[in-house]
Design a protein around this ligand. Structure first.
Ligand code: F0G
Length: 461
């Protein structure tokens, strides 16, 4: 398999522009980065990677956010809001409950538009400007469209987004809409949207800013640099493992590329590279299927479904870059149920970290692998949470408690707070949301029986 963890340093080809070029991950063909537009290899149609004459070192990094890492990016600066520099939260209760040596949560929901996509867009839109294109487009389960709309607006460019009709969370469409993207709702899933936008791009109608565009992943690589730097600063070592949700597998590919570049620069030994662990929803798990069968390729799933709509994807286009990342770091991939995702979303919320469902998949996956003994108690783990709670307010309401109507009067509000019946009603409602339906029915029955018993007693019977 190509894309080994350590690769011999490459000499700069004649097509390079200022030490930067594009290279096919399958046939090795090399292309000038900014003369013409290349999304995939013009010879064999495989994925392209951005390559640099000089690998980065930690000493090269200065400043904050994505552009701190410009020694590992094609430009020194870009259209910025600014992005990156997200928190690496401690979560002591979750760490203890799941049972690992250390657990940190890298909350990418804290980016300007509320998802990691901003890291890719700041670089992608800079490249679009260099190429001189004026109409940007993407297919999206929502977050990419929000980021494209915002960065396109900031860069003064026209934006077009193709979304699967009825399957995009409200917050994301609201962002695309207000930032001025033309929103085209396709009667199909994300994969069909991507097919169409790729056709439009190949016909020269739009500049494609999905993660198939290799420059997007350059920005997303900086998640890996930030995690390594901060973890080292806090613990004097790098994390053993990074667990992340997988949709199109762009982040998995990007993190692996960050590690390979640091290995090439002599900054990281091969055995210091964190194990990459991908998590998908059970209803959309073609990568997990490939990994479970030890395959180098995925088989497209035509029917996908999950509450985590951001990762409702059946054809992860970056799999040829991401699967080597998983295999060459001794990683794995695991599928989790929507219920496990919701439980993890609630637990993160209890730690003050508000995420959308897809993001919680990372924590759900960690728990599942820990329970199965595939992850051991001595590991230091970082879970990536990719998008903010406000992205999907409907999912948050479904997972959280409901408002309680009260009279417009302080004493009545106090009576309500102290009233055991209302407290129990709220508890029943919490129980029925927090558990699967059969357990909720049983618990609801028990609580109802208790209430009946109390009523009988208070009536003196
Ligand atoms: N988490 C969130 C919140 C996402 O929005 C996405 C992808 C992923 C995880 C998966 O990341 O593709 O790098 O494996 N969202 C894309 C979109 C598809 O259109 O917003 P990946």
């Amino acid at each position: 398999m190509s894309l080994e963890l350590s690769a011999p340093t490459q000499s700069e080809p004649a097509c390079a522009d200022d030490g930067v070029w594009l290279e096919c991950i399958e046939c090795g063909a090399q292309w000038a980065p900014f003369d013409e537009i290349h999304y995939t290899c013009a010879d064999c149609d495989s994925l392209l990677e951005v390559r640099y004459a000089e690998p980065p070192t930690f000493d090269d990094f200065e400043g904050r956010g994505v552009w701190r890492y410009n020694a590992a990016l094609p430009f020194k600066e870009g259209v910025t809001l600014p992005e990156g520099d997200t928190p690496l939260h401690e979560v002591p209760d979750l760490q203890e409950e799941i049972g690992v040596d250390s657990l940190r949560v890298k909350h990418e929901g804290m980016n300007p538009t509320g998802a990691f996509k901003d890291r890719g867009m700041t670089v992608g839109v800079a490249v679009a400007k260099e190429l001189g294109v004026d109409r940007l487009a993407c297919a999206s389960t929502g977050n990419t469209s929000a980021a494209l709309a915002a960065y396109g607006a900031r860069g003064g460019m026209e934006t077009l987004v193709l979304l699967p009709s009825g399957k995009v969370a409200a917050g994301k469409i609201a962002q695309a809409s207000l930032h001025g993207a033309r929103i085209l709702e396709v009667d199909g899933n994300f994969d069909s949207c991507l097919d169409i936008v790729q056709d439009l791009a190949n016909r020269g109608e739009v500049y494609l800013l999905n993660s198939l565009n290799p420059f997007r992943l350059e920005g997303q690589k900086t998640i890996g640099f930030e995690i390594l730097e901060k973890h080292y600063e806090d613990y004097g070592e790098y994390p053993d493992r990074i667990v992340l949700p997988v949709g199109n597998a762009g982040n998995t590919a990007a993190l692996y590329k960050a590690f390979r570049e640091l290995v090439a620069g002599g900054e990281l030994d091969e055995d210091q590279v964190p194990t990459l662990t991908g998590v998908q929803a059970e209803g959309a798990a073609p990568m997990v299927e490939a990994v479970e069968n030890g395959r180098d390729e995925i088989e497209r799933w035509d029917d996908v479904e999950t509450r985590a709509t951001a990762i409702r994807i059946g054809n992860p286009v970056n799999a040829p870059k991401a699967l080597p990342g998983i295999y060459n770091t001794d990683g794995t991939a695991v599928a989790v149920s929507d219920e496990q995702i919701t439980t993890a979303q609630r637990q993160l919320a209890e730690a003050g970290i508000g995420v959308e469902p897809a993001s919680a998949a990372s924590v759900a996956g960690l728990r599942k692998l820990r329970e199965a003994g595939e992850i051991t108690a001595d590991e230091s783990v970082v879970c990536l949470t990719t998008g903010h709670l406000l992205k999907d307010p409907d999912a948050a309401f479904e997972a959280g408690g409901d408002p309680e109507p009260v009279p417009n009067d302080t004493d009545a509000v106090l009576d309500h707070i102290d009233d055991e019946q209302s407290a129990l009603d709220a508890a029943i409602q919490g129980v029925s949301k927090a558990t699967d339906s059969s357990l909720a029915a049983a618990l609801g029955g028990l609580v109802a029986a208790y209430l009946g018993y109390r009523k009988l007693r208070s009536n003196g019977e």
